[in-house]
Design a binder for this molecule. Structure first.
Ligand code: ATP
Length: 235
């Protein structure tokens, strides 16, 4: 792997109003790598993603993409650095069709992929192209949300619990799509509670507790770390 991480987060502190939620979080993500944030509910995983995207009222620390400091970059410009965020609630437009949802996102960075390529990657979205967002299953909504981010040209994608509430066969399908994106060289940062899913796609695990980053380790060490993970994450 290259020497410098594509995304570098150092000593990140984040607040919701007066409430100090992130305490000196650091992580690094190399080009083409997939990492997974794990920790119990309320540990600060979603907040870490939001802080990286500039979606907190206050954040301090260092966030660099390809060495460029992102802390002072306004939210609406974050996407221009080639980073995209798929929130847990997915954020698709329910009244618009699949195809209309795919037409909306502006291409803000180099390499945004075409609607045709999206249909190649997600054949089920092609079949549903005229269906409104409201008629999609949870899995289809998740894929559409991810597809919309791919349209923007993002090369770093932050995904918050992409498998939550989905049937095993759909979870498998999402895993396949993420592996396909990895093959294309995408860099992924997942929040995921499903370890069986995460171990298939992630290269490293990052463990959070109470707004702190405790440690990170390669997926190959997952089995030997499992007792500790269960204790910290509570699963
Ligand atoms: P979960 O799986 O429950 O989303 P998480 O690890 O993603 O867990 P966060 O959602 O980042 O945790 O929450 C971190 C802390 O911030 C929690 O104490 C939570 O109560 C608090 N928090 C989250 N959202 C807000 C908000 N909008 N306003 C105030 N506090 C918040």
């Amino acid at each position: 792997r290259t020497d410098r991480p594509l995304l570098e987060v150092r000593d990140l502190n984040g607040w919701y109003g007066e409430s100090h939620v992130l305490h000196g979080v650091s992580l690094d993500l190399y080009e083409g790598e997939t990492i997974t944030l794990v920790g119990r509910n309320g540990a600060g995983k979603t907040t870490t993603l939001r802080a990286i995207m500039g979606l907190l009222s206050r954040r301090e620390g260092t966030i660099k993409i390809s060495g460029r400091d992102m802390i002072k970059v306004p939210v609406h410009k974050t996407a221009h650095a080639g980073i995209g965020y798929v929130p847990e609630e997915r954020g698709i437009f329910a009244t618009l069709s699949v195809e209309e949802n795919l037409m909306l996102p502006p291409k803000v960075a180099e390499g945004g992929i075409s609607v045709e390529e999206i249909y190649h990657l997600f054949p089920n979205l092609a079949e549903r192209r005229n269906s409104p967002g409201t008629k999609l299953s949870g899995g289809e909504q998740q894929m559409l949300a991810l597809a919309r981010i791919l349209r923007t040209g993002a090369r770093i994608i932050l995904l918050d619990e992409p498998t939550e509430g989905l049937a095993p066969v759909i979870v498998q399908r999402i895993g396949d799509v993420l592996l396909e994106l990895k093959k294309k060289g995408m860099t992924l940062l997942l929040v995921e509670q499903n370890f069986r899913f995460a171990r298939k796609v992630a290269d490293r695990f990052f463990l959070m507790e109470d707004g702190h980053m405790l440690e990170n380790f390669p997926t190959a060490d997952l089995d030997s770390k499992m007792a500790r993970l269960r204790q910290v994450v509570g699963v």
